[in-house]
Design a protein around this ligand. Structure first.
Ligand code: PBG
Length: 349
């Protein structure tokens, strides 16, 4: 136990004799409220800080869309067109956000998700588009196939409907090179296939992208909180679920093994997803590995707050800021959140 902790927890030193008849004046000697007395004092000793650079904005880009379209399940979130995504990117840059994370909404789906492995496909176009418009903005590309497959799973399926791991990681290497060539700064594989980080690293290194970092969705749980995302990205499952590749929400130790493996395979940064119900995992990962650690404040977490606020039972801005601060306190260096722009605007005030 630290010296400071011992001192606080040891029995109270005898209070000086008081002229008072009662206990008043003798106790309590330690008053925690002294540190909370004024906003000035609170501000002075505040432990955790949230800045716009800690925030990463996920953006959906739909091809063949004539104008940006609101996502019903996520008030305030849009599917951008291949043109309007540039405005969103410029806005993110203006507000000083840490990065943008791009998700494609494909109209060219097939069994393997081949459009995302093709020069000139949606992944290539959307990354190039933002790269050209915002040379200094940090662009993350989500690497996965579920937005590009006709069955909605994160890779090609075998006869029993199970995702074929080793075909998927071979493909994800191709996807990674397409995104890197288009100008993505950071590649973020989210499919939870075994060996995917090593496969991406090898593919990148073989194509001259030795210095492109990988942000691994290392501990990604099979969560019900992804519901609104699947609506937004148009990647609902035709059949089955993702429990054979995403993690069981009951498992914390296993999350550490997942993270350790991704780091061993070459991950430069790691992510825990979802965020709010998994703050314990974020803390354990940060303490155990001391890696740049990200939390994904997912679509369902965003929707919960939005709809509660719309019903008039919560103050949206205040609860949202408290939530984002909690991720930082839990150990997250960065937070992927649909509330990034709103939070940055509040922080700039
Ligand atoms: C794709 C992917 C998903 C999310 C991010 N990347 C959906 C899923 O795994 O089903 C969810 C993000 C969110 O809910 O905000 N693999």
């Amino acid at each position: 136990m630290s010296q400071a902790k011992k001192q606080v927890l040891s029995p109270m030193p005898q209070a000086a004799p008081s002229t008072d008849a009662g206990t008043r004046g003798n106790f309590p000697q330690i008053r925690m409220r002294r540190g909370r007395k004024t906003e000035g004092i609170r501000r002075l000793i505040r432990e955790t800080a949230l800045e716009p650079r800690h925030l990463v904005l996920p953006v959906f880009v739909e091809e063949e869309l004539s104008e940006r379209t609101p996502v019903g399940a996520m008030p305030g979130v849009y599917r951008e067109t291949e043109t309007s995504v540039v405005n969103a990117a410029k806005e993110a840059e203006k507000e000083g956000l840490g990065a943008l994370m791009l998700f494609g909404v494909s109209h060219h789906k097939d069994h393997t998700g081949s459009d995302s492995m093709r020069p000139g496909g949606l992944l290539d176009r959307m990354v190039s588009r933002v790269r050209d418009a915002c040379p200094d903005l940090v662009i993350m590309a989500d690497l996965c196939f579920c937005e590009y497959t006709d069955h909605g799973h994160c890779g090609p399926l075998d006869d029993h409907g199970s995702v074929i791991n080793d075909d998927t990681i071979e493909n994800i290497g191709k996807q990674a090179v397409i995104a890197a060539q288009a100008g993505a700064d950071i590649l973020a594989p989210s499919g939870m296939m075994d060996g995917q980080v090593a496969a991406i690293r090898a593919a990148l290194d073989g194509s001259g992208f030795e210095e492109t970092p990988i942000l691994a969705y290392a501990a990604k749980f099979a969560s019900n909180f992804y519901g609104p995302f699947r609506d937004a990205a148009g990647c609902s499952l035709k059949q089955g679920d993702r429990k054979t590749y995403q993690m069981d929400p009951a498992n914390g130790d296993e999350a550490l093994r997942e993270v350790a493996l991704d780091i061993a395979e070459g991950a430069d940064m790691v992510m825990v997803k979802p965020g709010l119900p998994y703050l314990d995992i974020i803390r354990r990962v940060k303490d155990e590995f001391a890696m740049p650690t990200f939390a994904y404040n997912v679509s369902g977490e965003y929707a919960m707050l939005k709809f509660a606020a719309e019903a008039g039972v919560l103050d949206y801005d205040k609860t949202m800021m408290e939530m984002l601060l909690s991720f930082r306190r839990a150990g997250a260096d960065g937070i992927l959140t649909y509330a990034s722009l709103a939070a940055a605007r509040i922080l700039q005030q």
